[in-house]
Design a protein around this ligand. Structure first.
Ligand SMILES: Nc1ncnc2c1ncn2[C@@H]1O[C@H](COP(=O)(O)OP(=O)(O)OP(=O)(O)O)[C@@H](O)[C@H]1O
Length: 222
């Protein structure tokens, strides 16, 4: 599903060169739930942003669905990002001025040919999956942290992505809410077969996934 071969990412500022990823070779299989662990600064978020096509490697190749990312045009890349990949972030990234329903519908506005009715149906179905049907008219500030993260998950799900990339999805939540979100991701994975790559600092959460990939200093250590 996602294949990285000899991927290197070097950040260059005026004075410092940082090798964030050092010749990473990694395959994530279709339908897998994988967690990425490692100390702060070891390259986890960089890895996720490359997999999510938000950034490009300095060298090496990335394949999504068997095709090298470099062979896609900008338009195709934007479509791939919007259709196949869903993102979940530690700090939710919801828009405070929009209702829960409008937040979930937002990425679907960029889908060519999708009408308002389908957008609404998909958003409502996604909110039902995360147990928030009763909160569609609320605003993010009226929700708990766990509920906000569930809205963010619904927003990712509404696009029916094949891959979910989650950057510390339980990092801002207490342990009870963290467990709740983890259970939700596990059930999505089980029921929909979604491929999930999750960065986490929490060993207990990681152990619930099918494979734990550990990084240190930009390299995979297992
Ligand atoms: N835009 C950037 N410009 C320069 N250096 C960067 C940039 N982004 C990340 N880095 C550096 O690359 C390295 C890897 O960063 P990254 O954010 O991927 O680590 P991480 O494992 O996700 O850390 P954390 O667990 O603290 O979020 C770090 O040394 C960081 O300082």
């Amino acid at each position: 599903m996602i294949k990285l071969a000899d991927v290197e990412k070097v950040y260059q500022t005026d004075t410092i060169e940082t090798v964030a990823l050092n010749r990473v070779n990694l395959t994530i299989n279709r339908g897998e739930f994988v967690s990425i662990m490692g100390p702060s600064g070891c390259g986890k978020s960089t890895l996720l942003s490359l997999m999510g096509l938000l950034d490009e490697p300095t060298s090496g190749t990335i394949e999504i669905g068997g095709r090298a990312v470099t062979s896609y045009s900008d338009k195709e890349l934007a479509k791939l990002r919007n259709h196949k990949i869903g993102f979940i972030f530690q700090s939710f990234h919801l828009i405070n001025d929009l209702s829960v329903l409008d937040n979930v519908e937002l990425p679907l506005l960029y889908r060519a040919g999708m009408g308002g009715k389908e957008r609404r149906q998909r958003a409502l179905a996604a909110l039902e999956k995360v147990g928030l049907s009763a909160r569609t008219k609320h605003f993010p500030s009226q929700l708990s942290g766990g509920q906000r993260q569930r809205v963010a998950i619904a927003r990712a799900l509404a696009g029916a992505p094949e891959i979910i990339l989650a950057d510390e999805p339980t990092g801002n939540l207490d342990s009870v809410m963290g467990e709740e979100i983890m259970d939700l991701l596990l059930s999505l994975h089980r029921e929909e077969g979604t491929t999930i790559v999750m960065v986490t600092h929490d060993e207990n959460m990681a152990l619930k996934t099918e494979r734990v990939i550990r990084f240190f200093d930009g390299s995979q250590v297992n």
